[in-house]
Write a new protein. Structure first.
Length: 201
């Protein structure tokens, strides 16, 4: 039997519009594209195992494993992390942070701008296969003694990854003065944007 010279492309194609977060919907499942394609039309190649999303020039943006069953969303985070690490202020005014696991969205919203840069850069380096499991655990452990830095989260991540014992904080033998609890992040600036504005007299 003579086989065809070219493989048969067993896929069907669809053109869809991404929402304001850059997500598209195929068979009631959501797949990420990239922030730059938010609100734009993209081309989708659909096979039994893959969802390949391309731009209008047929250049591949991302490739997802096709979802079946109860899972309803597939996020490939790298394009989002690259944008947010360059423009961390955007995370405060964008709803994309809601797509992060809750522990990370809460942490990022309590960070200063420089802390957000460091944390998002860390996520970009450590997030593999878009699986937050180890990163969630690392942030949980690092947060046991207050608001952690990116370096502390990184240390906890590798300790968990390598199954090392975490180091306990030193408990002083003498009494230590209590210090006021500091408010972290940028939320305290929101007061300046209330109706009527700030009093500049």
């Amino acid at each position: 039997m003579i086989l065809p010279e070219k493989a048969f492309d067993c896929a069907y194609y669809q053109e869809v519009k991404a929402d304001k977060y850059g997500l598209i919907s195929i068979d009631k499942k959501h797949y990420s594209t990239s922030p730059r394609f938010a609100g734009q039309r993209v081309r989708v190649s659909i096979t039994y195992n893959n969802i390949v999303i391309s731009n209008e020039d047929n250049e591949v943006i991302v490739t997802h494993t096709r979802l079946y069953g109860v899972k309803r969303k597939s996020m490939i985070w790298q394009p989002y992390l690259e944008l947010l690490s360059r423009r961390p202020r955007a995370i405060k005014y964008s709803s994309i942070y809601e797509e992060f696991p809750v522990i990370w969205s809460d942490y990022l919203m309590s960070c200063t701008v420089e802390e957000q840069k460091a944390a998002l850069s860390l996520l970009g380096k450590l997030l593999k296969n878009d699986d937050f499991t180890l990163l969630n655990k690392a942030l949980e452990v690092a947060s046991e003694y207050g608001h952690p830095s990116a370096d502390q989260i990184k240390h906890c991540f590798y300790s968990i990854l390598n199954q090392e014992n975490s180091h306990n904080s030193i408990i002083p033998k003498v009494s230590v003065s209590q210090v006021p609890k500091a408010t972290r992040g940028l939320t305290h600036y929101d007061a300046f944007f209330k109706v009527g504005g700030a009093n500049l007299d």
